[in-house]
Ligand binder design. Structure first.
Ligand code: 5GP
Length: 205
């Protein structure tokens, strides 16, 4: 029995290349959860194997800019030459249904959400060292050398923003990081300020 019927907004963020996507996918493979993924919109061209509407909604720049003007994004950011944003619609609807809505976004966008959604939970995913991050960007094999250098440079600044988050999770091993993140989500769900109202109703107070 869940004492808190409303879902949580979970922001999974951290430096580029830390493995946010991999950890997020491992989280979703875990049993017994009510997580839904908020599919972002981007102007970045699809990578091989990426599916429109599943990994991202891939759009052109004029379409993205139009959506910004229409206030259709909860947050958006320009990241290494491309735009990325979280569509605002459906988030509240999913939270009302009791779903934990997971955003997997870079740090600038996460800080925008922090300012707007006081009740959201912010997890900062970090690599077990800077060299590990560089190695991961190289191993991914999807980005050019120039892009990797840009992403590394950006990550240097992003590392310093950890204190703005509620939790820091080290991605030393994907399943461990997913386990730790799930433990945080479950604990946050049961937090007294989110459950006391229904608890008092339950005991007839
Ligand atoms: P990638 O191009 O590697 O898929 O994503 C680049 C960065 O953009 C990653 O750090 C990813 O988490 C982030 N990102 C993906 N979707 C969004 C979004 O909707 N908003 C923001 N602010 N960042 C996003």
């Amino acid at each position: 029995m869940k004492l808190n019927e409303r879902g949580l907004l979970v922001v999974l963020s951290g430096p580029s290349g830390v493995g946010k996507g991999t950890v997020r996918r491992a989280l979703f493979r875990m049993p017994n959860h009510d997580l839904v993924y908020s599919v972002s919109m981007t102007t970045r061209p699809p990578r091989e194997n990426e599916v429109d509407g599943v990994d991202y909604y891939f759009v052109d720049k004029p379409t993205f800019l139009q959506r910004i003007r229409e206030n259709k994004f909860l947050e958006w950011a320009e990241f290494v030459g491309h735009y990325y944003g979280t569509p605002r619609d459906k988030i509240d609807e999913q939270l009302d249904k009791g779903k934990e809505v997971v955003l997997e976004i870079e740090v600038e966008g996460a800080l925008q959400v922090r300012r707007q959604m006081k009740d959201a939970v912010f997890i900062f995913l970090v690599p077990p060292g800077k060299e590990a991050l560089h190695q991961r960007l190289l191993n991914r094999g999807t980005d050019s050398q120039a892009t990797i250098e840009k992403r590394m440079k950006k990550a240097e600044g992003e590392f310093m923003l950890a204190h703005k988050y509620d939790y820091i999770v080290v991605n030393d091993e994907v399943n461990n990081a997913a386990d730790r993140s799930m433990a945080i989500i479950r604990a946050e769900h049961a937090r007294t300020e989110r459950t006391i109202h229904n608890y008092l109703k339950m005991i007839g107070e």
